[in-house]
Design a protein. Structure first.
Length: 142
């Protein structure tokens, strides 16, 4: 290693965009910092022994009470901008799930609330979650 090389700790997460067939998206209000009190997508750390798809399904159930098998989640892409998270370098793999209107949601784990929001009227979002949603809504813009 040369004197100019540096290493950083990289953390691995998974996020889920859940949309309804009538144009709503599931958001959780973060109960913890960073961005406590802001709206975000369900998601979190990939645990040891998990794939990102497995983590996405687990986090969706824990934070919003929506149960899906990992196989039901469609991969959107990888989001790895260096400053996407104030805690340090986080790389996330994002997934998409479409559900029927009226799907029951219930906040849990580190989510203070879970609500359906119209895709055309979203609140300010934590992290780069607006970009992740845009990748689902307007996939040709990525």
């Amino acid at each position: 290693m040369s004197e100019t090389e540096t290493f950083e700790t990289i953390r691995f997460t998974a996020d889920v965009v859940v949309t309804t067939t009538d144009g709503q998206v599931l958001l959780i209000e973060r109960g913890w910092d960073p961005h406590k009190g802001q709206w975000a997508l369900p998601g979190g750390h990939v645990d040891p022994g998990e794939t990102s798809r497995m983590a996405a399904a687990r986090e969706l159930a824990e934070e919003a009470g929506v149960y899906a098998t990992p196989e039901e989640l469609e991969q959107i892409g990888t989001f790895d901008e260096p400053n996407r998270d104030p805690r340090g370098r986080y790389i996330t793999v994002a997934y998409h799930l479409t559900v029927l209107p009226g799907t029951i949601i219930e906040a849990g784990d580190d989510a203070a609330r879970a609500e359906w929001w119209p895709l055309d009227s979203l609140p300010p979002l934590a992290f780069d979650h607006a970009d992740i949603i845009a990748a689902v809504v307007s996939p040709t813009t990525r």
